[in-house]
Design a protein around this ligand. Structure first.
Ligand SMILES: Cc1ncc(COP(=O)(O)O)c(C=O)c1O
Length: 400
């Protein structure tokens, strides 16, 4: 029976960031239209063949409407990868097709041995590209890897992979002034074949990038969050504190249910007592109360790099910071509440629904408070090279 042959993966190798052996002439290539391919069986029973969307290598730089980018997949020129086998990580390779060829018995697909990161590169006012706090993502990926019995990715390799992926796709970093950025997604997973439950003997690190738009083009707007009573995000001694793929699979259903009920964001409580606030589905919880910045200190919350950034900015401004248990009933005592994460920096949460109870935050829940606006502007100004980066968070793109 005929079958769709595995895709050829055009690759090139980097050693110390220098590219060898590859056709780079057309590498920043074109808008490619997905085409579908189906191959009919020649003999025997007529199994219907799966229709595969096949992406070809980009041959020219696509036309991108930079001012209207959302948060959606757009094919860029390439991703980079390194494979761990026999105790070592390989030299970085550039891969032009947006596919991964992997064994059907890999442990990521079967047992969820997979973790990832999310960070951004920004084109500044001076035209330079800066990557925000990648060293923190490297550390968090090490902690996720350790929990999943995946070999450590040395910080140097992580940073080289991130900088190389951005550099090889530099034309996809949105222009300054559009509010867009290049979202960087490092992924680390067990790619070797095992059928019983055990750790893999081969691992793959990939770094892909996608240009994304300014979520809050019209300024921050207030949202209402929901507590989904029948769902928990993370068990007290589970894996909530690391960025593993399975956490997001568990959040998909309650997330979609919340959205279809009209709530863009879910607030999770502690799974044991359902009294204290943990975090939102894909962002940390923080609140401002007088001169104090409050955020939960649960060990099943993902340590957000944006939260860490906001904590430092709050301290720089002379605020007190409390990392402690936060009872759900405290919501009404806060002046402002935010959800923070790389994707949008801050979402202003002014109402929370739990069953028949509606919590309203601050005196004017139809407006976003001035201090959330101010924190949001400060982070963005550092990211776009508009304000002094006194903590050295935004690293210029390295020419490795
Ligand atoms: C569960 C969860 N919490 C918090 C965050 C925010 O983390 P960061 O600020 O590092 O993007 C994310 C996003 O990565 C997340 O998925």
């Amino acid at each position: 029976m005929a079958f769709v042959s595995p895709m050829a993966v055009r690759q090139s190798t980097f050693t110390s960031g220098v590219q060898h052996c590859c056709d780079l002439t057309n590498r920043h290539a074109a808008q490619r239209t997905p085409s579908t391919t189906a191959t009919a069986p020649k003999t025997g029973r007529a199994f219907s063949q799966p229709r595969m969307v096949q992406y070809e290598v980009r041959r020219t730089v696509p036309k991108i409407d930079w001012n209207n980018l959302g948060f959606q997949y757009i094919q860029t020129a390439c991703h980079v990868q390194s494979v761990w086998k026999d105790g070592e990580w390989s030299a970085l390779q550039r891969v032009d097709e947006p596919y991964v060829r992997m064994h059907i018995a890999n442990t990521a697909l079967h047992y969820g041995q997979s973790c990832f990161e999310g960070l951004k590169a920004f084109r500044g006012r001076d035209g330079r590209v800066r990557i925000f706090r990648a060293d923190e993502n490297a550390k968090r990926m090490s902690s996720s890897a350790a929990r999943l019995v995946i070999p450590n990715v040395p910080e140097q390799l992580f940073l080289e992979a991130v900088h190389t992926a951005v550099r090889e796709n530099e034309q996809f970093v949105p222009p300054y002034g559009t509010g867009g950025s290049l979202y960087i997604r490092p992924i680390l997973f067990g790619s070797g074949a095992k059928i019983g439950l055990q750790s893999s003997d081969e691992f793959t690190l990939l770094v892909m990038v996608v240009p994304v738009g300014d979520y809050y083009k019209g300024g921050l707007s207030p949202v209402t969050a929901i507590v989904m009573e029948d769902y928990d995000r993370a068990a007290p001694k589970g894996v909530g504190h690391v960025k593993v793929a399975g956490n997001y699979a568990a959040d998909l259903l309650p997330n979609m249910m919340g959205k279809s009920a009209g709530y863009p964001i879910n607030l999770y409580l502690d799974a044991q007592n359902r009294r204290t606030i943990e975090e939102f589905g894909t962002s940390n919880f923080f609140a401002l109360k007088g001169n104090t910045y409050v955020t939960p200190n649960s060990r099943s919350v993902l340590p957000s790099i944006t939260n860490k950034t906001l904590i430092q900015l709050a301290r720089d401004d002379g605020m007190m910071v409390e990392e402690r248990e936060v009872d759900i009933d405290e919501l009404e005592t806060f002046d402002e509440v935010g959800a923070c994460g790389t994707a949008v920096v801050i979402t202003a949460v002014t109402r929370v629904v739990r069953g028949s109870k509606l919590y309203e935050i601050g005196d004017e829940p139809d407006r976003v408070g001035e201090r959330l606006h101010s924190l949001y502007r400060k982070v963005r100004a550092i990211q776009y090279g508009e304000a002094e980066d006194r903590h050295g968070w935004a690293q210029e793109l390295l020419l490795l």
